[in-house]
Design a protein around this ligand. Structure first.
Ligand code: BGC
Length: 346
C-alpha cells in the first residue's frame, strides 16, 4: 500500500489544495482532495484486470470550485433535504438557505463540499488513507453549534474503501453526513447505468412529495419498481418511476453499531461489483436524473443517468419528522458513521 500527496491547485482565497493518491491491489486506486474531503477518483480493475475510472469527477480543482452536482463530495452538515429550510429544536426555530426550490439541500449554499478540510495521511500494515478534519462554526449556514467533524478514508489490501465519520458539537444540532460519489461501474462517461444490476436490503422506502420531501410514510417495496430485495436491472422498471430514482430506502429503524449489508451494485458488462454496508438507517438511491452533460475528467461528458449515487444517511427531513430516527447530536455525544465499499470483479 502506498500514498502520495501532491499539489492540486488553489482556492479562490489563495489556499493550497492537495490531492492524495492511495494505491490498492491489482492496479486499484482512490484519490482524495482536501477541498470538500472529496473522492476525486476511484479506479478499479474489471474481470480481465483492465483498470478504469468508475467515479465521476474533475481533473483539476476548477471544476470543484464552481457549481457541480456534489461529485464525490462529503456532504453536510445535513445531507439531503430539510423541508422549507426550517426546523425547530429546543423551542427555537432555525432558518437555513432554501437552495433547492423551497427546500434546503446538502448543507446549504456553502456546505462541507465547499470547505477546505485539513488532511493527514494514515497508514497501517493493511490499510492506507487520509483523515480530513473540519470545524464548522456556530451558526454556519444557519445551523446551531460549532461542529468538529472528521472523515477518515481507508483503502485496504482487499480494495475495500471504508469511510468513517465522527462529529462533536457545542450545542444540539441536526447532523447527517454522507458521501456523494457517482458510480458508473462500466467506466465514468461510458453511457447510462440502466444496465447495472442493483440489490438493496430494504423492504421499505420513503415515498416523497413533488419537491422530494418524504411524506412520512414508510411504504413496503413489495413487487414494485422499488423492490430491489433481489438483484434488479435498474432500467427494467425505470419508466414507472416519475423523474427517475431519487428515494431513500429503509435499512433499519435506527442506526446500528456496526455496518450491516445495504446494497450490491453489479455491472454485467465489466463484471465489476460494489458491495456497500453501513451503520446508517437509510440509503438514498439517486440515478443521476439531473446530470446535464457536465464535461468532467478526461474530457468525458456526464449526461443524464450516466452514473448513480448510493448515499448512506439518515432519512431526509428528519428534523421535521418526529417518527423518523433522530438526527440531533448533543454536546458530550459523538456522531459516528461507518460505510464500507467493497470492490471486486468476476
Ligand atoms: C439528491 C438529488 C440531487 C442530487 C444532486 C442527491 O442526493 O437526492 O435530488 O439532485 O443529490 O444535488
Amino acid at each position: 500500500m502506498n500514498i502520495e500527496k501532491e499539489y492540486f491547485g488553489q482556492t479562490r482565497d489563495g489556499e493550497s489544495v492537495h490531492r492524495y493518491l492511495v494505491e490498492g491491489s491489482r492496479g486499484a486506486s482512490v484519490a482524495l482532495i482536501d477541498f470538500g474531503a472529496i473522492v476525486q477518483s476511484v479506479r478499479m480493475p474489471d474481470r480481465d484486470g483492465r483498470v478504469d475510472e468508475i467515479s465521476l469527477g474533475f481533473d483539476s480543482l476548477r471544476g470543484y470550485l464552481d457549481e457541480h452536482p456534489y461529485f464525490g463530495a462529503t456532504v453536510g452538515r445535513y445531507a439531503n433535504r430539510i423541508a422549507n429550510g426550517r426546523f425547530e429544536l429546543g423551542g427555537q426555530t432555525f432558518t437555513l438557505a432554501s437552495n433547492n426550490g423551497p427546500n434546503h439541500l446538502h448543507g446549504g449554499v456553502r456546505g462541507f463540499d465547499k470547505a477546505l478540510w485539513s488532511g493527514s495521511p494514515v497508514q497501517t500494515e493493511t490499510e492506507c488513507g487520509v483523515r480530513f478534519k473540519l470545524t464548522s462554526p456556530d451558526g454556519e449556514e444557519g445551523y446551531p453549534g460549532e461542529l468538529q467533524v472528521s472523515v477518515l478514508y481507508m483503502l485496504d489490501v482487499e480494495n475495500r474503501l471504508t469511510i468513517s465519520y465522527e462529529a462533536n458539537t457545542s450545542r444540539p444540532t441536526p447532523v447527517n453526513l454522507t458521501n456523494h460519489t457517482y458510480w458508473n461501474l462500466s467506466g465514468a462517461g461510458s453511457g447510462e447505468i440502466l444496465g447495472h444490476q442493483l440489490s438493496i436490503v430494504a423492504d421499505r422506502y420513503l415515498p416523497v412529495d413533488e419537491s422530494l420531501i418524504p411524506t412520512g410514510e414508510l411504504a413496503f417495496v413489495e413487487g414494485g419498481a422499488m423492490d430491489f430485495r433481489n438483484p434488479l436491472e435498474i432500467g427494467s422498471r425505470f419508466d414507472s418511476v416519475e423523474g427517475g430514482y431519487d428515494h431513500c430506502f429503509v435499512l433499519g429503524d435506527s442506526a446500528s453499531e456496526t455496518p450491516r449489508p445495504a446494497a450490491i451494485l453489479r455491472d454485467p458488462a465489466s463484471g465489476r461489483l460494489m458491495r456497500v454496508s453501513t451503520t446508517e438507517p437509510g440509503i438514498q438511491l439517486y440515478t443521476g436524473n439531473f446530470l446535464d452533460g457536465t464535461k468532467g475528467a478526461g474530457g468525458k461528458i456526464f449526461g443524464r443517468l450516466g452514473a448513480l449515487c448510493l448515499e448512506a444517511q439518515h432519512f431526509p427531513d428528519s428534523p421535521n419528522q418526529e417518527s423518523f430516527p433522530s438526527t440531533v447530536l448533543s454536546p458530550g455525544d459523538t456522531y459516528r458513521q461507518v460505510t464500507i465499499h467493497e470492490f471486486s470483479a468476476a
